[in-house]
Design a protein around this ligand. Structure first.
Ligand code: SAM
Length: 232
């Protein structure tokens, strides 16, 4: 029942954790974690009524109501101090949305030892948030399922400011060090999209403010080429 993607997210949850899964939809992830004995208890947070009802139904069907609480709430508002949450999972959304959920209610991250985040796109926004808020990247993963490529970023509190180089923010320090086949595929895809945009800009060269944008894209293409060729 659990997708390969969510299975990989689950693999980064520390054993015995008390987990809050934000944007839980059907609550498949918390149900799996608790049913398999990987997490002690869980909160499933959902902001939309339909998915919230699906989550409640799933938890009931699996007989896990005593250990999973489903709450209708936006972002980290689903977490209450008495829950004693130790790990948070946020999966299947864009990086900027995940970062804004974390930014909005930072007080509720008190006591949380690990964030397992799975952006569908723009993972960079999460790394920027981590650097600005003193979380370091303890692990990253890149995977492909049904021709879609996903990244997972695992954060733990650093207790101090964290800095990343520009290329680490974009590619991910761990993913960049590994340079797996999926990593190559992802950046080849991104690069060919940018190349198409540059080509269409060339065709509309007379439009204003195109020069700057084109230069920016050309720089990104060059950076990706250098990384994929192992030059940096
Ligand atoms: N986490 C599941 C997964 O990875 O398969 C579901 C992903 S689904 C694409 C995103 C879910 O997040 C939707 O059910 C949506 O309603 C919910 N969501 C979006 N913004 C949210 C927010 N601010 N707070 C809580 N849930 C949110």
């Amino acid at each position: 029942q659990l997708s390969y993607r969510l299975g990989r997210v689950a693999s980064h949850v520390p054993e015995g954790a008390i987990v809050a899964d934000i944007g839980s939809d059907h609550a498949y992830l918390p149900c799996y974690l608790v049913a398999e004995g990987l997490a002690e208890r869980a909160i499933a947070g959902e902001v939309v009524k339909g998915p919230f009802e699906s989550a409640k139904k799933q938890v009931r069907q699996e007989g896990l109501e005593d250990r999973i609480t489903v709450r209708l709430a936006s972002g980290l508002a689903a977490i209450e101090p008495v829950d004693g949450v130790t790990a948070i999972t946020i999966a299947g959304m864009g990086g900027p949305l995940i970062a804004s959920i974390l930014e909005q209610d930072k007080a509720r991250l008190e006591g949380v030892q690990r964030l397992i985040l799975q952006p569908n796109v723009h993972a960079k926004a999460i790394r920027e948030w981590a650097a600005a808020n003193g979380w370091h990247i303890v692990n990253e993963e890149i995977l492909e399922e049904n021709s879609k490529i996903y990244e997972i970023i695992v954060l733990e509190p650093a207790g101090k400011a964290v800095e990343f180089e520009e290329k680490e923010l974009l590619f991910g320090p761990v993913l960049m060090a590994q340079r797996s086949d999926v990593f190559h595929t992802k950046w080849q895809r991104e690069m060919s999209q940018w190349q198409k945009i540059v080509a269409s800009m060339d065709a509309n060269a007379e439009a204003a403010d195109i020069g700057e944008k084109k230069q920016e894209l050309a720089q990104k293409i060059k950076l990706v080429e250098e990384v994929l060729n192992g030059e940096i």
